[in-house]
Design a protein around this ligand. Structure first.
Ligand SMILES: Nc1ncnc2c1ncn2[C@@H]1O[C@H](COP(=O)(O)OP(=O)(O)OP(=O)(O)O)[C@@H](O)[C@H]1O
Ligand SMILES: [Mg+2]
Length: 226
């Protein structure tokens, strides 16, 4: 049985710079099955980040449609879209984007602190559970500056998983890490995926990192190469 979490139908994004048009993403059609782990590879400037941002609804397509659990995302207004993102998607970036003055616990909890009363789970328990899962159970009160790059990215993974997202979008999450730390981050990601059943879409330049995925998509000049 196919269980499609997300579908792109001829998704495209053009940028206009003066009189020039850049077709960053052109007519990309794909489906992500629930629980799948997909890597996107391709040269610099091929449209990987643009595609990820379209799928994450951080950016709107100029062509085509995006469906999440069968719902056309473009039918949502801005408020609904913000709720949609918070409820369904976790983001991980190349730069870890942790707040230097907050400790590990605080960094993980901060995106949902304003919504604490509306949550169906205990925020602190959930944060603790995730921090332990990424192997930082002894570091709850450390500041980001007291952690290695790999450890900081694992904190960012825990933060991205906080709201039980159905989809994790990761844009070169190991791009700033050496091989050893990259492996640690990937095994944490894999563990979270297996224990939480999350679907993952990850951009990487590194074939070893891509090999953690069940499927690899290649993108060239904004087009999916088969
Ligand atoms: N905001 C923007 N305005 C204009 N052009 C843009 C914008 N964002 C991206 N582009 C262009 O769209 C194309 C795709 O960019 P994108 O950032 O998606 O590439 P990428 O595959 O993520 O590259 P990299 O591997 O270097 O991160 C590039 O030609 C880029 O210059
Ligand atoms: Mg990019």
């Amino acid at each position: 049985m196919k269980d499609v979490l997300l579908e792109c139908r001829q998704l495209g994004k053009d940028y206009h710079i003066g009189t020039r048009t850049v077709h960053a993403v052109r007519e990309i059609s794909l489906q992500l099955q629930r629980g799948s782990f997909t890597a996107i590879m391709g040269p610099s400037g091929s449209g990987k980040t643009t595609l990820l941002n379209l799928i994450g609804t951080l950016d709107m397509p100029t062509h085509g449609k995006l469906f999440f659990e069968g719902i056309a995302v473009d039918s949502l207004n801005d408020d609904q879209l913000a709720d949609f993102r918070r409820e369904n998607i976790g983001f991980v970036f190349q730069l870890f984007n942790l707040i230097p003055s907050l400790n590990v616990m605080e960094n993980v909890m901060i995106p949902l602190l304003p919504f604490r009363k509306e949550l169906s789970f205990d925020l602190e328990d959930r944060a603790r559970e995730l921090i332990a899962m990424v192997g930082l159970g002894e570091r709850f009160d450390h500041l980001p500056g007291e952690l290695s790059g790999g450890e900081q990215q694992r904190v960012a993974l825990a933060r991205a998983m906080l709201n039980h997202p159905k989809l994790i979008l990761a844009d070169e999450p190991t791009g700033n890490l050496d091989t050893g730390m990259g492996k640690e981050v990937m095994s944490s990601l894999k563990k979270l995926k297996e224990e939480q059943g999350t679907t993952i879409l990850l951009v990487t330049h590194d074939v070893h990192i891509a090999s953690y995925a069940g499927e690899i998509l290649n993108i060239q000049d904004g087009i999916l190469a088969s």
